[in-house]
Design a protein around this ligand. Structure first.
Ligand code: MLT
Length: 267
């Protein structure tokens, strides 16, 4: 199902039971989560929004921030009249949104799944690279940025040998963002809060899922989060890059299903 909230945020939804909100990364949309919507709807109420400016959602004036995107997710839960606690699952930038959501609305969270993400803020070099990406998208259009991104999103092996997956990811990106989205996202990404200092205060169960061959967020970031977040569990998926939910959907879904069942018993 696809619907629009009063604030023009589109989302897909399926299933019933414990609500689980899947928050996509950059430069993607809710379409990232198709294997989860399809295969986890018998286990939970799965909801995947298009963040502001992405997919079919409206693009309010930028720059964006992780806090605004967290507010949008909270507004969506309200629109859906969800009063019970939810599981939040965020991939990469979606993970940064999870951290912002946790800081603002932690009473609403039953558990978090952090995938292909990191807690640290950008380094100076990362900020410089984002400024270059903004210039490049302004001067040359979105192709230069998206072409470079595609080869990094998948593991080197999947990029080389899985043509169907590469085309799928390419299509998702091209339907997900405009020039304005890329600029607004890059500004939000470079200005995001450092979440390292509060990792040891997270007091809900956390599942960390990371691809062993992630070229954007090295697996060491996941290991570090695992060592700092008290009730956390780490699953490293081999032969997966920055999109483990698409590159290893069965293993990813099975880890999430176990986590949902564990949380379902606790709430
Ligand atoms: C993402 O996948 O959401 C981004 O690559 C995150 C980032 O650039 O830090």
């Amino acid at each position: 199902m696809n619907d629009t909230t009063p604030f023009l945020m589109t989302y897909s939804e399926a299933g019933a039971g414990t609500p689980i909100l899947f928050v996509h990364g950059y430069p993607l949309s809710s379409k990232l989560w198709e294997p989860q919507l399809l295969h986890l709807q018998s286990d939970a109420r799965v909801i995947a929004p298009d963040l502001r400016g992405h997919g079919q959602s409206a693009h309010p004036p930028g720059p964006f921030s992780m806090e605004q995107m967290a507010d949008d997710c909270a507004a969506l839960l309200k629109h859906l009249k969800i009063q019970e606690k939810v599981i939040l699952c965020g991939l990469s930038m979606g993970g940064y949104v999870n951290f912002a959501f946790y800081r603002k609305f932690h009473d609403q969270i039953a558990g978090m799944i952090l995938t292909a993400t990191r807690a640290a803020a950008d380094t100076d070099l990362a900020r410089k690279n984002r400024e270059t990406a903004i210039e490049s998208v302004k001067n040359e259009g979105i192709d230069s940025v998206l072409d470079a991104m595609l080869s990094k999103l998948l593991s080197p092996q999947n990029y080389r040998s899985n043509e169907a997956l590469s085309s799928q990811v390419n299509a998702i990106m091209r339907g997900a963002v405009t020039k304005d989205t890329i600029v607004s996202d890059q500004l939000a990404l470079m200005n995001r809060t450092n979440s390292l200092p509060f990792l040891d205060q997270i007091n809900v169960p956390v599942l960390i899922i990371h691809g062993s061959d992630d070229q954007i967020v090295p697996v060491q970031e996941a290991q570090m989060m695992h060592s700092s977040i008290p009730a956390s569990q780490l699953v490293i998926l081999p032969q997966a890059g920055h999109l483990p939910n698409l590159e290893q959907p069965d293993h990813f879904n099975s880890a999430v299903r176990k986590f949902i069942n564990k949380i379902g018993k606790e709430i």
